[in-house]
Design a protein around this ligand. Structure first.
Ligand code: PHB
Length: 394
């Protein structure tokens, strides 16, 4: 007999004994309290976003450890699934977790295309879902759902802020380079809107297929664009390669982007990343008690420095804990569960955050500059920025 079954059995026994002795709690409470909460972690553990999935997972585990291994009084059992950042496998992988493994909660994922597959499944099943990264706007705009919450960002948010920041510097013309999929195209749209709001001009969008890393065809065009800056969305292994190739090509046009371009990647990018400015809802050197404690705990657990992905995983678990504590582990009380999650103010390592009516994060966006191998925050571009959330009806 495993330790786990032993624990569960003795827990059931003691719950039954308790019920007999006190007559309350009865029925549901006993059955649920004795049952561990099944949490599916559908994340990339291989491919270009593998490190992102690892850091999100470690962030989730860290919060759970702080809570003594329980959420809303229930033990937590994780079921991990590597989604490989393959959109074509998204629906079947989500179905496996929801229908076969019967998870109570799904935490996932990183890639916007895979998120669409998850969304289709959980919108139908009603499974409580927390998005710890993927920024596709649809899931908190026209496809919003009462059981789906995002603790990261929309692709629009950091890119919009980057456009604003560039225009504020007096940059008049810029182009965007990215992978041709939702995150790339939606961040381009955000960048364009920010740039134009500040009086600048968006010249063009240049893309390669996801997850391709042959960037020479893009880089070769820069000279002819007549722009004063290039903005970019790449992330993970692809971002490491892009920034190195950009530097190696000796291009004089400054590079900027959504902060993922230099997030969790600086070790691999080395000197090639120095001086790059990006916009993101997190950065190095945020000197708050919450962030300092979080970074120390994350380092102790993983031997790595925390990054935005670790924060987003930690906050997904924070939000889940808030919901479960409000209903004492009873997920069936969904009205109270969602109300608690919707109205909370979370003390995140990134700063204070709230949920928009569409269940996306309202948060500060920082301008950062890579300085001595760190994404040093230089200013706050937008305070408590909310995604427009257009078209959401809940
Ligand atoms: C996305 O696909 O939405 C995505 C992936 C990686 C990031 C950010 C967004 O770093």
């Amino acid at each position: 007999m495993t330790q786990q079954t032993l624990n569960r059995r003795s827990l059931i026994k003691s719950s039954v004994a308790l019920a007999a002795a006190t007559t309350v709690p009865t029925g549901w409470a006993i059955a649920q309290a004795a049952k561990p909460l099944k949490v599916g972690l559908m994340l990339p553990y291989s491919g270009t976003f593998a490190q992102l999935g690892e850091n999100i997972t470690a962030g989730v585990e860290l919060l759970l450890a702080e809570k003594g291994g329980k959420l809303g009084g229930r033990e937590v059992q994780f079921i991990k699934l590597d989604d490989e950042s393959k959109p074509e496998l998204g629906p079947q992988n989500a179905e496996r977790l929801v229908k076969r493994d019967n998870v109570d909660v799904l935490i996932g994922t990183v890639h916007s295309g895979v998120q669409m597959g998850i969304h289709k499944v959980v919108k139908e099943s009603g499974t409580l879902t927390l998005i710890p990264n993927a920024g596709n706007v649809a899931v908190t705009r026209e496809l919003c759902a009462r059981n789906v919450f995002r603790t990261s960002f929309t692709n629009w948010q950091p890119a919009y802020a980057m456009g604003l920041a560039l225009a504020k510097k007096g940059i008049k013309k810029a182009s965007w380079m990215t992978w041709d999929y939702a995150a790339g195209n939606e961040s381009a749209e955000g960048f364009k809107q920010g740039l134009e709001a500040g009086g600048g001009q968006f010249v063009s969008l240049l893309t390669v297929k996801f997850p391709e890393t042959n960037f020479q065809p893009l880089l070769a065009q820069i000279q002819g664009l007549g722009v004063e800056a290039i903005g970019a969305f790449f992330s993970g292994g692809g971002a490491v390669q892009f920034v190195k190739d950009y530097a190696a090509a000796g291009i004089k046009v400054p590079l900027c982007g959504s902060g993922f371009l230099t997030e969790g990647t600086l070790q691999g990018q080395g000197a090639a990343a120095e001086g790059i400015e990006t916009a993101l809802h997190y950065g190095d050197g945020l000197d708050t008690p919450k962030n300092n404690a979080f970074r120390a705990a994350f380092k102790a657990k993983t031997s790595r420095d925390a990054d935005v992905f670790a924060v987003q995983g930690y906050d997904a678990a924070q939000l889940l804990a808030i919901g479960l504590e409000a209903v004492k582990g009873n997920l069936e009380d969904d009205k109270a569960l969602y109300a608690a999650m919707e109205t909370t103010k979370i003390d995140s390592p990134r700063g204070s955050i709230t949920m928009s009516p569409q269940h996306n994060v309202v948060q500060d966006i920082y301008l950062r500059k890579v300085t001595n191998g760190q994404n040093k925050i230089i200013s706050t571009i937008a305070q408590q920025l909310a995604d427009p959330g257009t078209g959401c009806k809940m």
